[in-house]
Design a protein around this ligand. Structure first.
Ligand code: ATP
Length: 337
């Protein structure tokens, strides 16, 4: 029995969470993989109700669980997810961009993953005013650069695709911070002679994600660049509604969609739950590997192929060119599992 903590979030978060619970219940009942899901509050609603975007009880409950699922939260996201990433040392943010059939996508032949450093860079939130200027600290450490580079090469090693790591930075301008990041990635690359390695400036990478996305396999980059490039790569393969993410540390992991709370479509029953359901698939992979639980990995594969087949059959939400509601799409997934 796995203990799963679930932050239900803001905007479309509660709708995605209902979908996730329904699919997890189906897996629990039909596929005999046992979970105990605890719903937790964090985000804008928690802030207005309790005065804290990340209440202490939520943190405690997350720490007691085997893994955390987090639906998107709103304006207070930095006080929730950025804090959790640093508090739990979830240093690797894994954001796959994979083509699915019949997508309103730029490309239908892409299978790449962005490995984003998750604990440093401008996201440490050290900003202050200095006279009439505003300053933000951009911290890049050798230790964090090394472990994210290693994570990227280990990810490439496990993939049966091209086996290439592209280190994305801007060392021609930020010579000290990105210069070090690039150097460390290059040093780690020497330990993986079977995996090809290249460097690319972030602006060139943004262009190549549109022009030649097939050239990428694993991209490793710093926090802010990874945030921006993963929104772009998800759009290349069909949009944010299909984009999952994993925040992984040595002991714990948290899974969430790439996108935010999407207030523009909240409460309309049109959000695509696939981003969250595919995040659950990533959770199954992680739990399965951690606990040597083949069943868990198998169920994750089944969930992904069920989503794949459903979309292929033309049952899709509005964002990817269909007419199904969130609830209808979820019901189909649960039925087909
Ligand atoms: P943030 O800055 O918190 O990442 P954002 O303002 O950039 O958020 P998102 O919430 O990430 O915006 O989403 C951008 C747009 O993509 C939304 O306004 C919405 O129209 C669309 N979108 C995002 N997620 C989904 C989804 N799961 N299903 C359908 N459309 C979505």
């Amino acid at each position: 029995m796995y203990k799963i903590s679930l932050i239900t979030g803001d905007g479309i978060g509660p709708e995605l969470s209902e979908s996730a619970i329904s699919v997890l219940n189906t897996i629990h009942d039909k596929l005999d993989l046992k979970f105990d899901v605890t719903q937790l509050s964090a985000g804008d609603k928690a802030l207005s109700e309790t005065g804290k975007a990340l209440p202490d009880e939520t943190v405690e409950s997350i720490k007691q669980s085997d893994a955390c699922l987090k639906a998107p939260v709103g304006e207070s996201a930095a006080d929730v997810i950025v804090v959790l990433r640093r508090m739990l040392d979830l240093y690797a943010n894994i954001r796959p961009a994979k083509s699915y059939p019949h997508m309103p996508a730029l490309r239908d032949d892409i299978d790449m993953v962005i490995v984003r450093e998750n604990t440093e860079d401008l996201y440490i939130g050290k900003e202050f005013s200095l006279g009439n200027s505003s300053v933000a600290l951009r911290i890049i450490s050798e230790k964090a650069s090394k472990r994210i580079a290693k994570y990227a090469f280990e990810t490439a090693k496990q993939r049966d695709s091209v086996r290439k790591v592209t280190c994305v930075h801007k060392s021609n301008v930020m010579r000290v911070t990105d210069g070090m990041f690039a150097r460390v990635c290059g040093e780690v690359a020497r330990d993986y002679p079977d995996i090809s390695f290249e460097e690319m400036y972030v602006d060139a990478c943004a262009m190549n994600l549109i022009r030649q996305p097939e050239r990428f396999d694993v991209v490793v980059t710093t926090n802010l660049f990874g945030d921006i490039l993963s929104d772009e790569s998800s759009q290349v393969v069909g949009g944010l509604g299909m984009a999952p993410a994993a925040n992984i540390g040595d002991k714990f992991a948290l899974f969430e969609p790439v996108h935010g709370a999407a207030f523009d479509i909240a409460g309309q029953n049109i959000a695509n739950p696939s981003s969250f359901l595919l995040s659950i698939k990533m959770m199954f992979d992680w739990l399965g590997n951690k606990h040597n639980d083949a069943k868990c990995i198998e169920v994750g594969q089944k969930l992904e192929s069920t989503i794949f087949d459903l979309v292929k059959s033309g049952v899709k939400t509005k964002d990817i060119g269909g007419t199904s509601s969130t609830v209808e799409f979820t019901k189909q997934i649960a039925d087909n599992l």
